[in-house]
Design a protein around this ligand. Structure first.
Ligand code: ADP
Ligand code: MG
Length: 479
């Protein structure tokens, strides 16, 4: 999948809006886009020095990842290319030379930033401020769309808010990338905080846990580390799979887990795979992961994506009709992060034109640009196969009105026309039986299934129906 250079300024702009001018100038003004690789999964950025790269990675990793994922949602890895400058031969990691180095590069660095650098490198405090819970107000239950693929995960997560520590402990949420695990984990944290303002809640990405543990060991401050974790009421660990292969960290996590669990403190973990499929993790930990409730968030079906896109479109203040929403859902079918990224791009493009409604051609263009040479092709006649156009064509062939076809009457020709619609919706739009049922006044999915198989049977047996289908197709093309 090609990832396009022109979005890079948008990423920088997003970063600029989320930090002080001095930080932006010092660390990001020379961050450049080099290329993408690995089918768009990797982005390569240029930095003036290893020091600059390390600083960004230590202090601004989350912001950078978030900004990139907004416009380059396929990106998983960030690589840096150092465009060295002559005076950069000394050991840039060396704390003693820190101020010297900054001076040499001649950045307009404010004192506050210099102090920050010193702090990070001395790592005087490797544990975050105890008052920080790392919750991101962006991720709430209110803006999480409940769909078939995440329904159970949502209901289990909500249930522990009412009875933390006693109902399911731990909760182990797993699923592929970009499907809402972090969002859900954060949402539980915020809701819990709302209900129990005195709770000590911590959202900790697993990598952070690993780093904290290693530094605690290095600095011989294990007591501090233990105290930090012992007082937590709700521990949210994201991407626990990163603990694989790190035996000492696993040992520390095992004790942390036991300590909290024994005191009925709620633990929620996320992972990209089920506990049983986690390699490189001690069996006693894996079995603990399964003590409470293990729930997966599966790949969203097309109707799940339609529901999510509809919600996001509204939140972004865009205007897209149902046919266009369906079209996006048909083509961007991997995960929600990609759907979001695509909508953000549309919004960015449209706002340049001062518009909120993309035309059909715009949308086709954006989709082509987004999908690039990927094997998913936009069907040339896709625009003709929208639910509404199919409906219109069938109505014309049967000389009936839309109200007739959508309504309850069961006259023979109405039933046949309706079944023809079911068949077209299934065949051409790949919609599921329940979704088609909903579109036709809440009919049961078994009614739809029956209708589709009836049409299939008729196709085999009657020429009349084949003729009607080809008439509908002709109308679709000529419209
Ligand atoms: P994961 O942690 O599983 O990789 P994230 O939680 O980071 O995925 O989700 C990726 C993006 O998609 C986030 O911006 C998130 O808000 C959004 N998202 C995922 N699922 C949903 C959903 N059901 N409703 C609304 N937004 C969602
Ligand atoms: Mg995540």
């Amino acid at each position: 999948m090609p990832v396009i250079r022109e979005y890079w300024p948008l990423v920088l702009e997003n970063l600029r809006q989320h930090m002080s001018v001095s930080n932006y100038k010092a660390w990001f003004s020379r961050l450049g886009f080099v290329s993408t690789g690995n089918n768009g999964r990797k982005i390569i950025l240029s930095v003036p020095s290893a020091f600059n790269r390390n600083y960004i990675e230590t202090k601004f990793k989350t912001q950078l990842r978030e900004a990139i994922s907004k416009y380059y949602p396929q990106v998983i890895h960030i690589d840096y290319k150092i465009v060295e400058e002559e005076f950069y031969t000394q050991d840039e990691q060396d704390t003693e030379h820190m101020e010297e180095v900054i001076g040499a590069v001649n950045y307009s660095v404010a004192t506050e930033v210099v102090e920050d650098v010193a702090k990070v490198n001395q790592r005087s405090s490797y544990l975050p401020n105890p008052n920080l819970n790392n919750l991101n107000p962006k991720y709430t239950f209110e803006n999480f769309v409940v769909t078939g693929n995440n329904e159970l995960a949502v209901s289990v997560s909500k249930s522990v808010i009412k009875q933390p520590g006693s109902l399911y402990n731990p909760i182990f949420l797993y699923g592929g990338v970009g499907l809402g695990k972090t969002h859900l984990l954060q949402a539980v944290g915020q809701k819990m905080l709302e209900i129990h303002p005195n709770f000590n809640i911590k959202y900790i990405p697993c990598e952070t846990f690993v780093n904290q543990f290693l530094l605690a060991m290095q600095k011989r401050r294990m007591d501090e580390f233990r105290d930090y974790y012992r007082t937590i009421d709700l521990l949210l660990i994201d991407d626990i799979q990163f603990i694989a292969g790190k035996e000492a960290t696993q040992e520390a996590f095992f004790h942390t887990f036991n300590e909290l669990h024994q005191h009925n403190k709620q633990i929620i973990l996320t992972s990209d795979r089920a506990p049983k499929s986690l390699g490189g993790i001690a069996e006693r930990l894996v079995s603990r992961f399964e003590w409470g409730m293990v729930v997966d968030i599966s790949q969203p079906e097309i109707e799940d994506r339609i529901a999510i896109i509809t919600d996001k479109v509204q939140r972004l203040g865009l205007q897209l009709d149902i046919d266009h929403v369906t079209m996006i859902a048909q083509h961007i079918n991997s995960n929600i992060r990609e759907v979001e990224g695509f909508l953000n791009r549309i919004k960015a493009k449209l706002s340049l034109q001062g518009d909120i409604t993309p035309t059909h051609t715009d949308l086709e263009h954006y989709l082509k640009e987004y999908l690039g040479s990927s094997p998913i092709q936009i069907k040339p006649n896709l625009s003709l196969c929208t639910p509404d156009r199919i409906l219109q064509s069938i109505c014309r062939v049967y000389s009936i009105s839309k109200a007739d076809i959508l309504g309850p009457r069961r006259q023979k020709n109405l039933s046949e026309a309706r079944q023809m619609c079911f068949w077209f919706f299934k065949q051409e739009l790949s919609l599921s039986y329940p979704v088609i049922g909903k579109m036709f006044g809440g009919r049961d999915h078994t009614t739809v299934m029956h209708g589709v198989s009836k049409v299939e049977k008729m196709i085999k047996e009657e020429d009349k129906i084949k003729m009607k289908i080809s008439l509908v197709r002709d109308l679709l093309i000529s419209q």
